[in-house]
Design a protein around this ligand. Sequence first.
Ligand code: UD1
Ligand code: UDP
Length: 367
Amino acid sequence: MKVASVVGARPNFIKLAPVSRALRERFQEVIVHTGQHYDYEMDRIFFEEIGIPEPDHHLGVGSGSHGRQTGEMLARIEDVLIKEEPDAVVVFGDTNTTLAGALAAAKLHITLVHVEAGLRSYDRRMPEEINRVLVDHCSDLLSCPTETAVDNLRREGIVDGVYLTGDVMVDAMNLCMDISKRSTILERLELRPKEYILATLHRAENTDDSERLREIIGAFEDIGSNLVFPCHPRTERRLRDLGLWDSLKERIKVIKPVGYLDMLQLEMNALRILTDSGGVQKEAYIFRVPCVTLRERTEWVETVNDGWNVLAGASRESIVRHARGFVPPRSQTHVFGDGEAGRRIADLIESFMSSGRGCSGGRFAAS
Ligand code: UD1
Ligand code: UDP
């Protein structure tokens, strides 16, 4: 049986790593890379460092407006699927790559598997929220990281094909923790464990709204020299356009985005983490590092309900206060899984296909 995994952006690659490993134990896997991310630090470094197999197809789509980027990907993924004739397509998370892969597969009547299904922020202005809702509604197998995700789907009437598998990012962390110990990032940045704060920032709601961006960057500057900020290229471009880049670089440690192995070390040794990333909120929780989220809402509600994550929004005062003083409770009650999500996903695909429920019949007809 042949399975096609469609990826294109940083968080897709990290989720692919453990799933690909599990798929390859029993299926033929073909990797399709849309090219949504392309800078070395956003793309190649993950394939080189964490052993993700080389993509079989690189579609080179690159950046663009949402419609143009998603449309280009859709057309090119469709061509590949028609040529490769996979039995199932796997998509990851909530990026434009995820949506394009899902639409291409669904229209060709190929069994569609959504990894990280059922997440909701209930904010339809987030591009990722639109992507999640649409992908979930056209998927055949939905791999949910949490009970909350299963409940969210149930409320939208999606019950068939829904499975609680745990979160593949736990698998990814397990896969990479040992090799990440080889990272020398702390020495290179002259950081001591638990004496610095780590920040990431890239959500459109923050970067594209100059008032919010100024507030958040103001908070970063107030926090000062013990702040380390691996900066997403989208954010760098906006900060340069607004003339905020040079003064920020003088006040805090702004660095290029780092590879996953360096990132795991930066996260686990941080005193606190400030972020608007979905994945980083979860990793902070798993590493038991208090997290200050630079948004008003989160899909990862368990982390907030448990007291380990606080939603500071884009308020300069609130970010600084929490960055300096947020103390979570001692215990954690929720977990994101046992690190076996990848294997469960492969099991589910196998039993779904062998039960004859997989899509079939005339699916590769081009018209
Ligand atoms: C995308 C995802 C977001 C995810 C993030 C992970 C969508 C709608 N958004 O956001 O959910 O959290 O990836 O990092 O899919 N750029 C570069 N080099 C690159 C990639 C991007 O310079 O390698 C710059 C370009 O100016 C580009 C901008 O970043 O226009 C935005 O890139 P894009 O892939 O559209 O969205 P992200 O903000 O990265
Ligand atoms: N990440 C990384 N290097 C960085 C920033 C993030 O390796 O400089 C990893 C992070 O550890 C997590 C994933 O990228 O596993 C999260 O991706 P991102 O924040 O880009 O997207 P999101 O999760 O918000 O969709």
